[in-house]
Each structure stands twice: as structure tokens, then as C-alpha cells.
Design a protein around this ligand. Sequence first.
Ligand code: NAX
Length: 326
Amino acid sequence: MKTPIKVTITGAAGHIGYALAFRVASGEMFGPKQPVILRLLEIPQALSSVHGVGMELEDCALPLLYDTVLTDDPAIGFREADYAILIGAKPRSKGMERKDLITENAKIFSAQGRAINDHASGDVRVLVVGNPANTNALIAASNAPDLNPRQFTAMTRLDHNRALGQLANKTNNLVADIKRMTIWGNHSMTQFPDASNCLVNGTPAYDLVSRDWAIDHFIPRIQRRGAEIIEARGLSSAASAADAVVDHVRNWALGTPEGDWVSMSVPTDGSYGIEEGIVFSFPVTCKAGNYEIVQGLEIDDFSRSRLRASEKELREERAIIEDLLH
Ligand code: NAX
């Protein structure tokens, strides 16, 4: 038998965690021959609930699920983790300012960064989902001095998948026919969903849809899709978010298909003029657990202004939590 991969999921009793745990355990993340050990980390108040998740996992009799650990202790939750999926976060409560939300979550993610540094595998790969995801990833990475910041990413894959879905609908094609979608920037309203490099069955997307459609409909719809789901469902995206987690980690671990790329929020390195010091979504290709930012894409004035707006927002978020960075 292959050595099991240890996957930590924080916030595992929550909506996204509940939708995700079963998919990881059934082999969708790492393939049908790869056993996994799940470590489900929750806060003490949600321990009973996460025990229920553990019981249901047991009741599925999943052949790839080698072991399940349920805990509220980060030292146990992150022990030897190969992958850490950080979903648990403090939600925005009524009347809470954005600044307070960022500060409250900064405390959680700095502590988790330290715990990952001290207890996870030295080769751990981290995906931050809990919002504000990009800045939380920055904080976690900066509190993990023994790890490479490139081991920390944040999730913009749900936005990427939403964009694929909308372009497929508009052009009457399948999502599988679309390549080279990009989400740039922050996982927030300033994100820039960019179809300008997309190929639809090999044809440039802008030969099939107008730039006006992209500017007036496509971009704002992806930016507001989360709110649209909440309005319809009365709850925020959960199954689609879990699906995006599976996609993000699977591509990171096993690679992206030839001729295509995916969107991942990663520490900036100067690519596309976005200076170091924030976690920003780029088009990336992945191979065997590594990613590379796709280079050389043309950025026109319109795109540049969108990238700058999202960069500005991320630098403002960073300024709020600067004292927690090392
Ligand atoms: P829920 O409130 O259903 O679940 C959150 C869970 O996290 C709860 O069970 C809570 O007990 C737990 N938790 C809180 N603090 C924790 C800590 N310090 N350690 C471990 N567990 C902790 O939220 P859910 O709908 O699952 O969403 C989770 C997060 O994902 C939110 O921050 C949400 O905004 C964010 N999202 C991010 C997305 C992205 O694309 N990056 C999309 C979906 C989602 O909105």
C-alpha cells in the first residue's frame, strides 16, 4: 500500500469542511489508489459536531480512509501534515468593520502558521480558504519561519471555476472546452476575472464574445457571484467551495494539464509588476507539487488598472496586520 497522505482540515464541522472531508476521503483529491489520513481540527465549541462528522466518515466505510483524527489541539491537528487546508475562520458578525474582521482573523492565522511551522511536515503545502483568504495566507506564511512562503497559497479557484462556467454558458460550450482562464488579484470584489487569454475549443474567447460583454456582465457577475449564491440559497457557497479546494490541491499535487493553467493566490515575486509582500492570484502551471507563475501574458491598460486596484486593496489589508508579520 502507498504511504497515506496526511490532510489537515480546519473548520471541518462547518459548511465547507463538511462538504470537503468526504471527497478527500473518497479519493477525489489524490486519486483512487492513494490512501489518506484526515486530521479534522475544530474549536472546542464545535468538537461534538466534528465528532458527528467523524462518525459519518466511519459509516461510509471508505477504503482509502486509513485513519481520522478529531481534535481541537493545533499541535495534534497539524502533526506531520502533508497538506493543511485552513477553512476555519471568524465570520463577519453584524456591525463588524472590515478592519476588525481582518484583525480577528489575523490572530487565528498567525497562531496556525506557527503551529504548522512546528508540527507539520517540512514539505507541507497549505491552502487558505477562510476569509480574508489572501491576507490570512500572508500572515500564516510569515509566522512559519522554517518553511518557504511558496508553501502557502490562498484560494481563488472557486472564482476561476465560476468564470469557466459563465463563459461556457455564454458560448454554448462545455467547461472542458475552455482553457487559460485567469483570476488576478484578491479573493474579493476587486478580483479581476480575465477571459482575454481564453481559448474556447482553440478559438480566442474574444472572437466569440465581445469585450463589452466581458466588462459589463462577465467581470461583475464573477465578482458578485458569492453574494448571488447567498441571495438564492440563504447560505454561502459550500459544495462549490469544497469542489474548488479539491481542484486546487489536486492540480498543485498532481499537475495542471498540458496547454492549460489554473488560478492560485501565491506570494508575489515581482511578476507582472506586482512587488513582493502580498499574496495575489495569478495564472499558474503546476507540476509534481510545484507551481510556476505563467509569464509573458499581455497586460493592456484596462487590465493594468484592474491589477493595480486589487494590489492596492491587498496592500491596505497588509497595513492593518503589519505588526503580526515577521
Ligand atoms: P462555517 O461558519 O460554516 O464554518 C466555519 C468552521 O470553522 C466552524 O465550524 C468553526 O467552528 C470553525 N472554526 C472557526 N475558527 C476556527 C479555528 N481557529 N480553528 C479551527 N476551526 C475553526 O463557514 P464556511 O461556510 O465553512 O466558510 C468558511 C470560510 O470560508 C469563511 O471564512 C468563508 O468566508 C470562506 N470562504 C472562502 C472562499 C474562497 O473562495 N476563498 C469561498 C467560500 C467561503 O466564503
